[in-house]
Design a protein around this ligand. Structure first.
Ligand SMILES: [Zn+2]
Length: 258
């Protein structure tokens, strides 16, 4: 039996809250980017959207955000990707996370290739443990700020179909690598094996050696359930060894459990 890989894509805001507005409306751009990413994911993953209409899940902002998290948690998503556009006078792309994690590094690195190609500012990976969708999801959650909606140059580039497609493709490829599935189509691949290719090979080996959705040994079932319910770990790869940094991260998350 092969458990389905569930990826939740969240289009950020929804009416009556349009999100940030200037050279377009955030909720509309987020939806078109999110749909394009989903289109570029392989058939063996199941994509669930938190909303398909223009409307938020609840007119109350707090309830809307909680409902988005609940969709990911109820469906056992392996990764939750929330699409946003930034505002406030800056430029470029950034990835927001609850705490540093490997999935974010992988997705960010894929997107960075496109940013570098088009000389878009890489604002990096930022910790935002205060954000509800990052805090409230059991799955690894990433919030991608794709561009600044109040920056004309950012939006001109995003409206360029080639850039738009490459950005969405890179995001889809990054998500695939992060969750250990083969991307639908490979772009920008090079024939020369580089150091990072070797790292990727190593990651693939680990994914083959330890099954992501393996059942935990019966005596660890309760602990796994507790770790998942409290957002300490997404409960994947029960048999895989942990690194020191992963232990720190789990202890850090545990310190936040009320
Ligand atoms: Zn937003």
């Amino acid at each position: 039996m092969n458990k389905e890989i569930i990826i939740v894509i969240d289009f950020g805001h929804g009416l009556p809250d349009p999100g940030a507005v200037k050279y377009g409306q955030e909720y509309q751009y987020a939806a078109s980017i999110g749909r394009e990413i989903a289109k570029r994911l392989p058939d063996n993953v199941k994509v669930i959207y938190t909303r398909t209409s223009d409307k938020a899940l609840n007119v109350d902002k707090g309830r809307d955000l909680a409902a988005r998290c609940a969709i990911a948690n109820k469906n056992g998503a392996v990764i939750f990707v929330s699409i946003h556009l930034n505002a406030g006078g800056g430029t470029g792309y950034e990835t927001l996370v609850y705490s540093p994690n490997e999935e974010a590094n992988i997705v960010h690195a894929e997107i960075k290739k496109v940013l570098d190609k088009y000389k878009v500012k890489d604002r990096g990976i930022k910790k935002r443990p205060d954000l509800v969708v990052l805090k409230g999801t059991n799955a690894t959650a990433l919030l991608l700020e794709m561009a600044f909606i109040d920056n004309k140059a950012d939006m001109d580039l995003l409206n360029n179909q080639t850039y738009f497609n490459e950005l969405c493709q890179a995001t889809a490829d990054g998500i695939c690598k992060a969750v250990g599935v083969t991307p639908k189509s490979v772009t920008g691949s090079s024939a020369v094996a580089t150091g990072s290719d070797q790292v990727k090979e190593e990651e693939t080996k680990v994914a083959e050696q330890y099954k992501k959705d393996a059942a935990p040994s019966p005596r660890f079932e309760e602990a796994q359930k507790w770790a998942k319910e409290n957002g300490i770990s997404d409960g994947t790869y029960p048999q895989r060894p942990v690194t020191r940094e992963e232990v720190w991260s789990m202890m850090h998350r545990m310190s936040k459990v009320k």
